[in-house]
Design a protein. Structure first.
Length: 186
């Protein structure tokens, strides 16, 4: 089985630890799992529910969500809250039906950032995401001195990231619709 996982970063920083965690996920993904880091959401205009035209980047995100088997979201905490980037991104897809019941894992780049972590999870639950708690993880890379490009090379980070990815894949496989068989009920 080949799986596609869409990754969203809540940080705008060029050397973001959140993006580093998502790249580490891509590097540590199990065989048969492709993790695609979506970047266009960082340029979305502010969400306005009265807007009738959907920006092309939002359409691209909607298509990517529809095609994905699951989502990974890594985002820092700003002033005890969810970043504007990730909140705006989620606002744009709040009524995108394929998002509902999609497996989602949240990766937090700090042990100390629990306010935004819980707020993000609550937003995802409100949007009917299938929040996979076994795959949600706090990876304390912020303040560790680790280069964001080298997170996958550090065993104390790589081991739990790989375990979280295995948990996400196991959840996807467990909850996937069984193949249709002919003559049901005959």
């Amino acid at each position: 089985m080949s799986l596609r996982i869409l990754a969203l970063c809540g940080s705008q920083r060029a050397h973001s630890m959140s993006a580093g965690v998502l790249r580490a996920c891509r590097d540590l993904a199990p065989a048969g799992v492709a993790i695609d880091l979506f970047e266009q959401h960082k340029d979305f205009p502010l969400f306005n529910p009265e807007r009738t035209d959907v920006p092309s980047g939002v359409r691209a995100l909607q298509d990517a969500i529809t095609a994905a088997d699951a989502l990974l979201i890594a985002s820092p905490e700003y002033a005890h809250g969810v970043t504007g980037t990730i909140k705006n991104t989620l606002d744009w897809v709040v009524d995108h039906a394929p998002f509902a019941h999609k497996p989602v894992a949240v990766l937090n780049p700090s042990y100390q950032s629990f306010h935004a972590d819980e707020a993000l999870k609550e937003t995802l639950r409100t949007m009917s995401a299938d929040l996979v708690l076994d795959a949600c993880l706090r990876v304390p890379v912020i303040g560790s001195g680790t280069d964001p490009a080298r997170i996958a090379d550090v065993p104390r980070f790589a081991t739990p990231i790989a375990a979280a990815l295995r948990a996400l894949v196991a959840h996807i496989e467990r909850t996937a619709a069984p193949p249709a068989t002919g003559n049901i009920g005959v």
